[in-house]
Design a protein around this ligand. Sequence first.
Ligand code: NAD
Length: 481
Amino acid sequence: MMQKIINPATNELIAEVSVAEEKDALEAIRTARKAFDQGPWPRMSLEERKKFIRKISEGILAKAAELAQLETLNTGKPIKETTFMDVPSSAETFKYFAEHLEEFLQPQQRNISTQIANASVNLEHEPMGVVVLIVPWNYPLLIASWKLAQSLAAGNAVILKPSSLTPLTALELAKIVHEAGLPQGVVNVVVGSGDTIGRALCESKDVDIISFTGSNEVGRKILEYSSVNVKKTIMELGGKSASIILEDADLELAVNGSLCSIFLNQGQMCTAMSRILVQDKIYDKFIDDFVNKAKRIKLGRGEDFQTQMGPLISQAQRKRVSDYVEQARKEGAKILCGGKIPQDPHLAKGFFFEPTVIAEVKPDISIFQEEVFGPVVIVSKFSQIEEAIKLANASDFALSACIWSQDTQKAHNLAQQINAGTVWINTYGMFFNEAPYGGFKRSGFGKELGREGFLEYTRLKNIITDQTKDSKPLVNYWYGF
Ligand code: NAD
């Protein structure tokens, strides 16, 4: 069966791809299983594995402009973002894990001595086996690259499932992997709807781990499927993150940072700061500057370097965003700017939505609690820091937060009281290959990136050797034989 791939800026067809059915998903599992159980990939030297992964990084850089263009066409996001962030960061992640895999996989030895036993304990990181990587549509190439780079560096065989809305750069990535010469069957890409192939991919006993990035609803389904054969999962789910702006913040920096933190990628970021909490003394000034600048954000087609915000990913996503705004309006919130589809005829065919700022929102209404996943932010006022902590933590999600203050020690102390896996101080959206990232509570569990994230794609084996010299070996002791 073929699936139409649409440019969300124009609603025009850009490609047709064949989609997998359940039997194709099962075939991909068989292929990956064979590549892992019998193929050279997990058995080759780390030095050799490293060379292949480095080649993937070089392959991405060699096609950087083409990939940026394709990602922009398929997602609508501004070319400035794909050119300077998504594509180079993807290449950098493969390079980083190629360079660090030997260090991270280094076995550890511990000598243990107790009253009755002496032993050496060897801790060895082995690949998990067959990994299923399920990726959302907001950063199709970047998130696929994070997951693929770590899985491959750890020695696994992989099945990558991109979102059926945005499969194009994942398919290009598969070509790059092929050109890098990885052994047959180590990387398999299946394009298809989650409802059709998700269960088959996640339930199978031939799959050892699922790494999922996506919504809470789908995350819960995957947990259910993966429980059938009791398998490890990494869950990178949604968020309702808060940015706290203290009265001693550098106001211009806080305003500009807050704009990025909600309008980059049209607000379709799991870490979007969709709630901004501003201390009362600077609230009015903050709102004036923030709303003025939000109104000046230039909407347009992603291919244009002047564009600052593109369309949402689909008609359905725009409706979801628009419905949340309408609901907030009905519940008494005040729309300070945006809140509607732009009138510009050049944008009429695409799924555009204006940058939207909402105030006077009560913490119990839906827009304060639920992930909108669009360019919509609510701004609230607080007076005491304790109040900001309470508001920031009044969410079932706990993915990320921002704090803006010129007193970085005070900001650090505050960060320790916020329920979030990542807290940025005086910045937003800095992701590093070196720094593990992941949420708490309903935002999921497990880490991505860094040594800690990489090790999620391994299993830890403990090999214990009896080292008893003078006294009786422990196994001889119990029955006295
Ligand atoms: P989604 O959950 O709808 O889809 C994610 C992936 O899951 C897609 O590939 C989809 O095809 C697949 N899927 C859907 N149903 C499935 C099923 N029954 N079984 C298996 N797979 C299935 O998410 P989305 O709309 O693509 O992305 C937006 C969501 O992703 C937001 O909630 C956002 O917060 C989250 N996200 C989280 C992070 C993070 O790191 N925490 C990063 C990016 C996006």
